[in-house]
Design a protein around this ligand. Structure first.
Ligand code: ZN
Length: 186
């Protein structure tokens, strides 16, 4: 659970540390606003996608399921600045599929916490394997990191791409090829 009082105190200290006057008009309500905002943007801490990915439907046979362009917003744990972009998820069902909105919920749970893009990618792939038990899963995350673009290390718009392949996607390069092909085309 988020301790809003603690966050408010911390933000006041942070502002003072910057050399700001934390009591001036524009900043007076800032600690409280940030505490409320953190409750929302870090709502994934301690959550698992079990309840979402646990609700499955049976299918007789299934080819690749691809859910493209799931928009997410997360927070880099090294700088507490946003990174955001899109997640693409594919899996080959083994008798079970899940509602498409549940994939988006899963992304949200892992995005709404202090995070690394690499870990977000792996956690979504592993959650699919654990709860849905497909033959294979593939997750691609493309994101822009404010800690890079704001500080001028990289140009704005530069994207970082991370990939996690599990099960058949890990072993079967043709399948991976098919995935990339579908991702470009649809
Ligand atoms: Zn960062």
């Amino acid at each position: 659970m988020i301790d809003k009082e603690k966050i408010e105190q911390a933000v006041t200290l942070l502002l003072e540390g910057m050399g700001e006057d934390a009591s001036r008009e524009g900043l007076k309500e800032t600690p409280r606003r940030i505490a409320r905002m953190y409750e929302e943007i870090f709502a994934g801490i301690g959550q698992t996608p079990k309840e979402h990915l646990g609700k499955t439907f049976s299918v007789e046979e299934g080819g690749m399921v691809l859910e493209k362009d799931i928009v997410f917003y997360s927070t880099c744990e090294h700088h507490l600045l946003p990174f955001y972009g899109k997640v693409h998820i594919a899996y080959i069902p083994d008798g079970k599929v899940v509602g498409l909105s549940k994939l988006a919920r899963t992304v949200e749970i892992y995005a709404k916490r202090p995070q690394l893009q690499e870990r977000l990618t792996v956690q979504v792939a592993d959650a699919l394997m654990e709860y849905l038990k497909p033959q294979g899963a593939m997750v691609v995350v493309e994101a822009e990191h404010m800690c890079m673009t704001m500080r001028g290390v990289k140009k704005p718009g530069a994207r970082t791409v991370t990939v996690a392949a599990r099960g058949t996607f890990e072993k079967d390069k043709d399948l991976q090829e098919e995935f990339w092909h579908m991702l470009e085309r649809v």
